[in-house]
Design a binder for this molecule. Structure first.
Ligand code: 13P
Length: 258
């Protein structure tokens, strides 16, 4: 069984400018070599800048969303092929902010992930429950329902898919899931994936939600946490680099893959 890759992915959200991106990208490009896969997911208008700034480095360029259609009358949308032209290799699908503010359903998220895979992009399928859902005891059922429409593609393409668990109540709030809380949900997600197909055990499952340099190592040391999807802290070069370094140094407390 292949070990899941370790990833640290920055999600810039709707932040940045040509000037601030230039400084950030230069710093991230200069990160020490490591086995951790690193990507920066920028707003669409900056993908050209990112391509030029990261070209020839091992830091990947990512987007924050993509259209499920190949081309046509979809005003304001961006296709997978367009992303590919700008050197993009990774794309977030189903981020909770898109589910919340753009009404994206789990079926649409699965269609976007399928389109991304068909175009040779790595979709990062984002799932996670709200505080009300957690307090009602529905967190696992919600996450299972969000993953369910992706079941077929998780089986057929697991080598090229990443899953990110981002509890909505921990995003941008400073409230992080404790390492034990996060691990419990990651173990559940891993069990859901391997119930679909044993080979899905090699899918990387990342944690997101107020990850900081100070809590990254404790989170990434958990048995089923394979790295992080980082919002606010990815906008500060020193913090993002420290989180990447924590992912490289976190020692797993498990012999799962030996
Ligand atoms: P924060 O790290 O700012 O909480 O954001 C997490 C996130 O939504 C990444 O996609």
């Amino acid at each position: 069984m292949n070990k899941p890759d370790r990833w640290v992915i920055g999600n810039c959200k709707m932040n940045g400018s040509l000037a601030s991106n230039a400084d950030l990208l230069e710093a991230v490009r200069g990160k020490p070599a490591s086995s951790v896969k690193v990507a920066v997911c920028s707003p669409f208008p900056y993908l050209n800048q990112v391509q030029r700034a990261l070209g020839g480095s091992d830091v990947q360029s990512g987007a924050q969303d993509v259209c499920e259609h190949v081309s046509g009358p979809y005003t304001g949308q961006v296709s997978c092929a367009m992303l590919r032209e700008f050197g993009t290799t990774v794309v977030l699908v189903g981020h909770s902010e898109r589910r919340q503010f753009n009404g994206e359903t789990s079926e649409l998220v699965a269609a976007k992930a399928t389109a991304a895979l068909a175009a040779g992009l790595t979709p990062v399928i984002c799932v996670g429950e709200t505080l009300a859902q957690r307090e009602a005891g529905h967190a696992k059922a919600i996450v299972a329902a969000q993953l369910s429409p992706c079941a077929a593609l998780l089986v057929s393409s697991c080598a090229n898919v990443v899953v990110a668990y981002e509890p909505v109540w921990a995003i941008g709030t400073g409230k992080t899931a404790s390492p034990a809380e996060a691990q419990a949900m990651h173990a559940f997600i891993r069990a859901q994936l391997t119930a679909i197909d044993r080979s899905a055990a090699s899918i990387s499952v990342l944690y997101g939600g107020s990850v900081k340099a100070s809590n990254a190592k404790a989170l990434f040391s958990q048995r089923d946490i394979d790295g992080g999807l980082i919002g606010g802290a990815s906008l500060v070069a020193a913090d993002f680099l420290a989180i990447i370094s924590a992912a490289g140094g976190a020692v797993k407390n498990s012999m799962r893959y030996v």
